[in-house]
Design a protein around this ligand. Structure first.
Ligand code: 5GP
Ligand code: ZN
Length: 114
C-alpha cells in the first residue's frame, strides 16, 4: 500500500523510532505522544480497520497483545497499569487506516476518554 504511512514505515521509507520488531509486527514511538510511554503496535500486514480483520488474523491480534504486555514490562509501566487503545473509523478517532494499537502509560489516564 504505497500511500499508507505505516506501510512506508515498515518498508523503512520513513523515520521512526522502532522499539520492537519481529516477522509479524513492529512497534514504534508515536510522533505526538499523549503519555510518557506512547507506542503504536502494528501488524506488518496492511489491514485498514478492525472491521477488515479476517478469521485467519486471530493469532496476529493475540500476538499484538502479547507484544504490548512485553513492552509494558520493559518500560516499567506494567506494575502501575497502562492502556491499549485501537480507534476505529472517523467517530472512533482513527486517522491512519492501517490498524494499530496504542500502548499508553506512565501517568494516570482519565476515563471516560474525550
Ligand atoms: P489514530 O488517530 O489513527 O488512532 O492514531 C494514529 C497515530 O499515529 C497518532 O497518534 C499519530 O500521532 C501517529 N502518527 C501519525 N503519523 C505518524 C508518523 O509519521 N510517525 C509516527 N511515529 N507516528 C505517527
Ligand atoms: Zn498500511
Amino acid at each position: 500500500m504505497e500511500d499508507c504511512i505505516f506501510c512506508q514505515m515498515i518498508a523503512g521509507e520513513m523515520d521512526s523510532e522502532i522499539v520492537y520488531e519481529d516477522e509479524e509486527v513492529i512497534a514504534f514511538k508515536d510522533i505526538e505522544p499523549q503519555a510518557p510511554v506512547h507506542f503504536l503496535i502494528i501488524p506488518k500486514k496492511h489491514i485498514p480497520t478492525l472491521l477488515d480483520l479476517q478469521e485467519g488474523d486471530k493469532e496476529l491480534v493475540g500476538h499484538i497483545y502479547q507484544v504490548a504486555a512485553q513492552l509494558a514490562q520493559q518500560e516499567g509501566i506494567a506494575e502501575d497499569g497502562f492502556r491499549i487503545v485501537s480507534n476505529c473509523k472517523e467517530a472512533g478517532g482513527q486517522t491512519v487506516y492501517h490498524i494499530h494499537y496504542h500502548l499508553l502509560g506512565g501517568r494516570n489516564l482519565q476515563w471516560p476518554p474525550g
